[in-house]
Design a protein around this ligand. Structure first.
Ligand SMILES: [Zn+2]
Length: 326
């Protein structure tokens, strides 16, 4: 069997990774493949083990927050199950978009009819651009803040600038001691590739501090099998801060000149050699430190690509990218 140089292969080629810390795992799924749990009072969360959604079951109907296609029709089952148990209506009256990404709202179309769709104005613009019938654009939009009030419950939606995506919002449930912020912190796990596939790296790096500036005890982060805590956010911040410090050290320590000399007229070969050396030097101690602390820290490409993204952001966003020619 041969594998391409990238390391890609077949499912049978998966290496033996470090065991997943038990604290990174959540409750068992039911036989339909989902778990629904009470966050606090009438706020519930749903997971398929990888993705998360949430809903508020009020006396006047249900407010749904995100609908990942991987949970799909199980979200409806979870709503029906809870509404029956709580003796409230299972009619979904409102749908809130955390951001426009299809992996979190690609089952939004399942909640049709009279539902009021609410999202950031940039979410609307991006969904109109993308034209995906599975993700109808929200009609109720806001620029900075929006308070949703249903049956005496308040939900505070806020946009604090771009982070994971240009439109990713903070969803605060002041009456439920809960914050929902998707695709920034993965409860107990490292971010996947490139700062969790984020578009604005400085915004992504700053978002956890903004999250911690809200009062809450429960955090719905959008991924994996359990809710997150303030400690989870702090561990994530430490991981990102360690990468930033390590990237700064490596940028200063690795001399680019020998790589460009060796590359000759192939300037891009010099760039690759230099940046690969910086990335390797910066990522290695972070991978070692967090293996066994954050699940999947030993899947090296995740920390390597996140390190590369942060190292490039240090050069391009924060500057300087290099010395000014005399
Ligand atoms: Zn996303």
């Amino acid at each position: 069997m041969t594998s391409p140089a990238s390391g890609a292969g077949t499912a049978a080629d998966l290496p033996d990774y470090a065991p997943i810390p038990p604290s990174a795992l959540g409750p068992a799924l039911n036989e339909q493949g989902y778990y629904v749990g009470r966050v606090e009072r009438n706020l519930y969360w749903v997971t398929d083990g990888v993705y998360q959604s949430a809903f508020l079951a009020t006396a006047d109907g249900v407010v749904v927050f995100d609908a990942p296609p991987s949970i799909g029709h199980n979200l409806r089952r979870a709503v029906d199950q809870v509404a029956a148990a709580d003796g409230v209506s299972s009619t979904v009256t409102h749908f809130v978009y955390s951001h426009h990404h299809a992996d979190h709202v690609g089952a939004a179309f399942l909640f049709g009819g009279d539902v009021v769709r609410i999202g950031h104005e940039e979410t609307r613009r991006l969904l109109l651009r993308d034209g995906d019938p599975a993700r109808p654009a929200p009609e109720v939009t806001f620029a900075d803040r929006y308070t949703l009030q249903v049956a005496g419950e308040s939900v505070e939606l806020a946009w604090h600038g771009p982070n994971h995506s240009p439109d990713n919002i903070f969803i605060h449930f002041p009456g439920h001691d809960t914050l929902m912020l998707i695709d920034v912190v993965n409860a107990g796990w490292v971010p996947i590739y490139n700062t969790n596939l984020s578009e604005d790296v400085p915004g992504y790096m700053a978002a956890p501090a903004t999250a911690l500036s809200y009062p809450w005890s429960h955090f719905i982060c959008g991924h994996l099998g359990r809710l997150a805590t303030r400690d989870d956010v702090a561990v994530h911040q430490a991981y990102i801060a360690d990468i930033e410090a390590s990237a700064k050290e490596a940028l200063a320590a690795v001399d680019p000149v020998p790589f460009y000399v060796a590359a000759g007229e192939n300037f891009w070969a010099g760039v690759k050699g230099h940046l690969d050396a910086v990335t390797d030097r910066a990522a290695a101690p972070v991978i070692a430190k967090y293996t066994g602390v954050l699940a999947a820290a030993d899947i090296e490409i995740f920390t390597r690509t996140t390190t590369f993204a942060i190292m490039q952001s240090l050069r391009l966003d924060r500057g300087p990218s290099g010395p000014v020619h005399p």
